[in-house]
Design a protein around this ligand. Structure first.
Ligand code: FMN
Length: 201
């Protein structure tokens, strides 16, 4: 059989396929140029229309089936999540021809100690976007009205706008593109275990 027509082992086994997706998500949290580092987050707005945008995956916890992203407390997405916790995240790993689609419930982390711990480990550059004086999404007349606060003596300016969202995975779908036929699997969360089944691609 020609090489391009053979499936890799992990694609043909539900558990191995999930393990591979987990490893890819874990790696994406550490590697700056990983395709899966940037996930498309979908929320539902107040008019029940879907809204999408890119977020960076900051942590993936396979034991608790959760992942984390950071955002501005004043952002539209946070308001949307506050009124509807059901979210979806989508990524495509072009090297492995793997699409990952996650459904989950968002939890906005309110515990100051956790927030401070994460903030303290962030690069100063990553903190800068939280120091914009007006709320993200607000209309301005000129770009000169977009003003950033100084870092502050303790580097904590902007912290009040910093939010962390945990996504508790309710289901995860993988789609491996392949010349011999795409392979699609759906894993559903039953008591914090993902149970997989094959579905038609
Ligand atoms: C590559 C990339 C990564 C981004 N990462 C984040 C992120 O981690 N968190 C975030 O709030 N916005 C991030 N953004 C900006 C969002 O996509 C979006 O434009 C912004 O947060 C406003 O979204 P909202 O109005 O729906 O809240 C990123 C944008 C790009 C292009």
């Amino acid at each position: 059989m020609p090489k391009e027509n053979t499936y890799d082992d992990h694609i043909l086994d539900l558990n191995k396929g999930l393990d591979f997706a987990f490893r890819r998500l874990e790696k994406a949290t550490k590697s700056r140029d990983d395709d899966l580092r940037f996930l498309v987050l979908a929320t539902i707005d107040s008019r029940f229309n879907p809204q999408t945008r890119t977020v960076v995956i900051r942590e993936f916890d396979k034991d608790n089936l959760s992942l984390r992203f950071h955002t501005d407390s004043r952002s539209t997405k946070l308001f949307e999540i506050s009124s509807n916790k059901n979210i979806s995240l989508l990524g495509y790993d072009s090297k492995n021809k793997l699409q990952i689609r996650i459904s989950g419930e968002a939890e906005i982390i309110k515990i100051d100690k956790i927030l401070k711990g994460i903030w303290g480990k962030m690069y100063p550059m990553s903190r800068e976007c939280y120091r914009v004086t007006e709320a993200p999404g607000k209309e301005v007349n000129t770009i000169d009205e977009v003003i950033f606060e100084e870092e502050g003596m303790d580097g904590n300016n902007g912290f009040k706008n910093f939010s962390v969202v945990n996504c508790h995975i309710t289901s995860l779908e993988t789609l491996y593109l392949h010349s011999a036929g795409h392979i699609r699997c759906l894993y559903e969360n039953n008591n914090n275990e993902l149970t997989g089944k094959w579905i038609v691609p």
